[in-house]
Design a binder for this molecule. Sequence first.
Ligand SMILES: [Fe+2]
Ligand SMILES: [Fe+2]
Length: 296
Amino acid sequence: MSTIAHLSDVHFGRHDPEIVAAVETFLFEAKPDLVVISGDFTQRARVEQYRLASEWLERLESGGLVTLAVPGNHDVPLYDILRRFARPLHRYRRFIDDDLCPFVESDDVAVLGINTARSLTIKDGSVSREQIDLIRDRFRDVEQGKTRILVTHHPLFAMPIGEEGALSKVVKRDADALQAVADAGVDILLAGHFHRTYAQSAREMVKTAGAALVIQAGTATSTRLRGDELQSFNMIELSPGRVQLQVQRWDGAGLVGGRPTIFAHDGDNWLFEGRREDEGTPAPVVAARADAIAEG
Ligand SMILES: [Fe+2]
Ligand SMILES: [Fe+2]
């Protein structure tokens, strides 16, 4: 079994230091096998914000945790136009990770991150043709039976945005990217950006993408909240054919674990199996359709 902590949208510069400290303490106690951070490390890609993010990552790693990260749209400078277009992710590469599409593999899981943040759009994402090839290439030789996970900042498909039938913009080349996800046999898609947490089978949301389970993370430590959503992150336990998802939410004084939600794979699809009633507080983790999603 593998345990993955999935954090997103930490937004240093608009972070709450008390929550940052609580998340660190939690992670050191929980000791997940991998900490995934799906982008938006900073609020405005400023040096001092990147420095805080880098120090936080350094503390996690020097505490023995393994991390895998991708950039978000907030990690590209917004107002510094020259830097935005000439060197959009230079600071990310300097302070966070030189590799914008990192890959890690263990006995149980293979995890690929893809950078979807671009200079040409303020907040929308894109997947390049090279990245689409990379999705197929990276997972091609991964042993059958290992859980294949793809991490992006922007979700790869349109999300309902609250109004009746309205959907958010999709990433550029979404259809090709989702076909690659299906071809590569990706089991789980992890993303953030919308500052809302939920999980759903991809088959319920898009025609392609195969049998992936979509798991969105809220904002872990940012004070940029959406609606009544609180700061949160996901703890994901993987075992063959089974995913247990527990959301850890900040309640104003500490982190509170939601009721673990279980998905089981029936050979063709991820099915919501239920929630463990024996622990945690009730948590509206699984939404058939997320409502009132705002931009991240
Ligand atoms: Fe974002
Ligand atoms: Fe964000």
